[in-house]
Design a binder for this molecule. Structure first.
Ligand code: GLC
Length: 538
């Protein structure tokens, strides 16, 4: 429980912006910093507390900004340093924290560090990256695979060695065993923290350290032909190595030189491995992103179990968090379907822990259909058809029903989803029963009810498609009942006297209704109820 001294990153809602797709201000079809600045009032009205920007740094855009050529400058596509300074100031004036993406695992192959490193075997930067001699047959040094398909080793004919890349060959991995690399990245952090940035989401952080003996990864016995090529091996020697925690603690130490900042880790691992990233004495990341709901079966019993497992696995004092969408996974509205999209919103905003909301999910943006000739995502290009097709969740924000959905006056870099004339901020904000308004009310409720923002999570026995839990802090008790199926459910508590009232309902038509020991839920309905055991007046 966070208690009275809870931090902003615990009680607040984080909103992820994919800058290329939020708002274009200079008519080039790509979103930019001034565009984001212009939309800050929208974010303040929505009620979120922090924004996290996917990378805006100088980049050749091989992986749309996750390939960085200069960590301490802004790519001209997005604006310049002065624009970022203005955005930081304006965000703070709008009561919004600003989190940047830190990409420490790899640079762009155009970064001067790599250009130097590649120039000769004797260059002082040679050991800033991971270089190895070819195998006896001239092939790659070992069997390690790239996340984006093919070998993780790229050959440099000039110096006759291979370099390692977890992702694209245009994204060479830094050598985190080299203290000079750590120092350089720490300086990058200080550069931004000194400019007033409130923290970092750290990209791909569980990949930072690789086996120093370069042993082959074992074959994955569960691999199915036709699956993602990388899944043919178990990344035993390339990911989640014990020494990674020491590297993260180093970053955390730098972060803690500045007051009230946050370090969040992007880590895709099973829950029992994930929670190790809170670090010894909670000196790792403030929280490792919990992506369990992105792939979970949308079914009440399995979700109840997953939530219990996660809560049970958290280290003492470790703060939870939940994610329903991001720029790497198919859109929420498409995954859960139109009937469950409101229930999903209610789940995200009522579970214990920090919610991260992906731009456009608040209006129910769908995974857009991308034609083969429209594909931009390098992962999809490398592994066509079985890549995870990340373009469809990165299409421009749908602001209104005009051409290009109010995103840009030019042709946008990715197509606008087909439904933009109906599904857009302008039309949904005029309809108080819309999904957009449900998110607004949910975010507002978290502000008003400390039990929702900080209270404990208490699951209640339930069956079928019913998910039932309390959030509780001191005398305040909030009951959440979610119907994850299309059939009505009669809820009853035979053993307890329950009374209270509905604070918020999925279809915005039961607010204020009295609640007793039994009540009904319509199909796909959720209710947030305040129970009378709370004697405070609010
Ligand atoms: C992270 C990012 C993803 C990117 C990859 C390589 O997983 O979320 O978008 O492609 O890192 O940087």
């Amino acid at each position: 429980m966070a208690g009275e001294s809870a931090n902003w990153w615990q009680t607040g809602v984080i909103y992820q912006i994919y800058p290329r797709s939020f708002q274009d201000s200079n008519h080039d079809g790509v979103g930019d910093l001034r565009g984001i600045l212009h939309r800050l009032p929208y974010l303040e009205e929505l009620g979120v507390d922090a924004i996290w920007l996917s990378p805006i740094f100088t980049s050749p855009m091989a992986d749309f900004g996750y390939d960085i050529a200069d960590y301490t400058d802004v790519d001209p596509l997005f604006g310049n340093l002065a624009d970022l300074d203005s955005l930081i100031d304006a965000a703070h004036r709008h009561q919004l924290k600003l989190i940047l993406d830190l990409v420490p695992n790899h640079t762009s192959d155009k970064h001067s560090w790599f250009v130097d490193s590649k120039s000769s075997r004797n260059n002082p930067k040679r050991d800033w990256y991971i270089w190895r001699d070819p195998a006896a047959d001239g092939g790659p040094p070992n069997n390690w695979l790239s996340e984006f398909g093919g070998s993780a080793w790229a050959f440099d004919p000039n110096t006759n060695q291979y370099y390692y890349h977890t992702f694209l060959s245009a994204q060479p991995d830094l050598n985190w065993r080299n203290p000079a690399v750590r120092d350089a990245m720490h300086d990058v952090m200080r550069f931004w923290l000194g400019r007033g940035v409130d923290g970092f989401r750290v990209d791909a952080v569980w990949y930072l350290i690789k086996d120093d003996q370069f042993r082959d990864n074992p074959l994955n016995p569960l691999f199915q032909p036709g699956g993602l090529p990388r899944d043919a091996l178990i990344p035993f020697y390339t990911a989640d190595l014990p020494e990674v925690h020491e590297a993260i603690t180093g970053m955390r130490r730098v972060l803690d030189e500045f007051p009230d900042r946050v370090l969040l880790g992007e880590i895709y691992l099973p829950i029992e491995r994930l929670v190790a990233y809170y670090g010894r004495d909670l000196k790792g990341v403030h929280f490792p992103y919990n992506f369990a709901l992105l792939t979970a079966k949308w079914e009440a019993r399995s979700l109840a179990q997953l939530i219990d497992e996660y809560e049970a696995a958290l280290p003492s004092g470790g703060w939870p968090n939940w994610v329903l969408g991001n720029h790497d996974r198919p859109r929420l509205a498409t995954r859960v379907g139109p009937n469950q999209v409101r229930v999903a919103a209610m789940l995200l905003m009522t579970l214990r822990g920090t919610p991260t909301l992906y731009y456009g999910d608040e209006i129910g943006m769908q995974q857009a259909a991308i034609l083969p000739e429209q594909v931009r995502d390098p992962f999809e290009k490398n592994v066509p058809g079985i890549g995870i097709g990340r373009d469809g969740c990165r299409t421009p924000m749908q602001w209104d029903g005009t051409k290009s959905a109010g995103f840009s006056e030019a042709d946008p870099w990715l197509p606008i989803a087909d439904d933009f004339r109906e599904v857009n901020v302008n039309s949904l904000s005029k309809d108080k029963g819309s999904l957009y308004w449900l998110y607004r009310r949910l975010i507002d409720l978290r502000r008003k009810h400390v039990a929702l923002a900080e209270g404990s999570y208490k699951p209640l026995m339930a069956s079928g498609e019913l998910l039932l839990f309390y959030r509780e802090l001191r005398k305040e008790r909030v009951l959440i009942a979610l119907n994850m199926g299309p059939e009505p459910i009669a809820v009853s508590f035979p053993e307890e006297r329950v009374s209270g009232r509905v604070l918020l309902s999925a279809f915005a038509d039961r607010e204020g209704e009295e609640v007793s020991a039994s009540f009904d839920l319509r199909g796909n309905e959720g209710l947030v109820m305040k129970l009378d055991s709370d004697r405070r007046d609010n």
